[in-house]
Ligand binder design. Sequence first.
Ligand code: NAP
Length: 321
Amino acid sequence: MADLEQCVIIGSGPAGWTAAIYAARANLEPLCIIGVPRSDPAPVLPGGQLMLTTEVENYPGFPDGITGPEMMSMFQKQAERFGTRVVGEDVTNCDFSGSHHLLTTSSGTEIQARSVIIATGATANWLGLENELRLATSGGGVSACAVCDGALPMFRDKPLGVVGGGDSAMEEASYLAKFASTVHVIHRRGEFRASKAMQDRILGGSNVEVHWNKSVTDVLGDSMIEAVQLEDTVTGDPSQLELSGLFIAIGHTPASAFLADSGIEMDEKGYIVLKGRDSHTNIEGVFAAGDVADQIYRQAITAAGMGCQAALDAERYLNES
Ligand code: NAP
């Protein structure tokens, strides 16, 4: 078995790299396990959701914007500059029952660690349509985050669609209503599951139109979305709706399946439960940061802040134990 690590970070999005920068500067010589690319059904890459984001305009410090992949590459370089070591594998099993934490990676390598920071993020759920994923990954006007992408010039004063009927869909619709000519909320049932307060925010909007009982069966357009093909979920009738942008808001899935037998406390959706306002999980020496433990904010900047907290908490834990 390899040497005992002080701090192992699982994940390589803004939370993971920020934790690595702080841990490395605190001389913890962190090992960052960054994952391997896969499809789910959209690509899931080391670097996380920002790897699928064309333009990031809301991260402070980049007045002209920056692409998501460029930003993640800069985060990684900064972490490596202070000595972070990087392993391009997945963690497949975690044993937190012993005095030291034991992680197994996809190659079967076992890693012992005094502290572990879990920053594996979450993936947006997609409808799973071929053209939806093609346009989402090529900057073609399909996105799973209105707050990230909605303010881009290409969406200004244009008809935009939001798919979903939960709080996220309401929030995205109300955000987009500031820029769009019309926001079309497309929901597969005849009522929303969002809270009443969130529903009221959009149902009263002068430029919001709700399409009840409609599912999206295709996304039309070559390099840019031009329309969606709809099907009435009650009558089966087909229709088309012209759109210049489509925002999928049908929930997220936290990347926590590998923790299933670990004893880490998670909620019913698989989000890691944090103890209070810091990054402690229910297991000593195991911390969590970013979207795997946050279904409210889900922003690069909040994930980075949580990564910082986790590294500071881990450092304090290591000093005291
Ligand atoms: P959610 O509550 O699970 O809602 C997902 C929505 O997407 C549902 O309306 C669902 O339809 C629809 N949907 C799911 N799969 C679909 C598919 N394949 N095709 C079409 N529609 C599909 O997810 P969420 O809105 O992301 O919210 C997640 C959690 O975060 C919730 O607890 C929410 O309260 C919370 N949240 C809170 C705030 C806030 O308070 N500011 C903001 C955002 C999120 P059905 O209704 O038919 O199932």
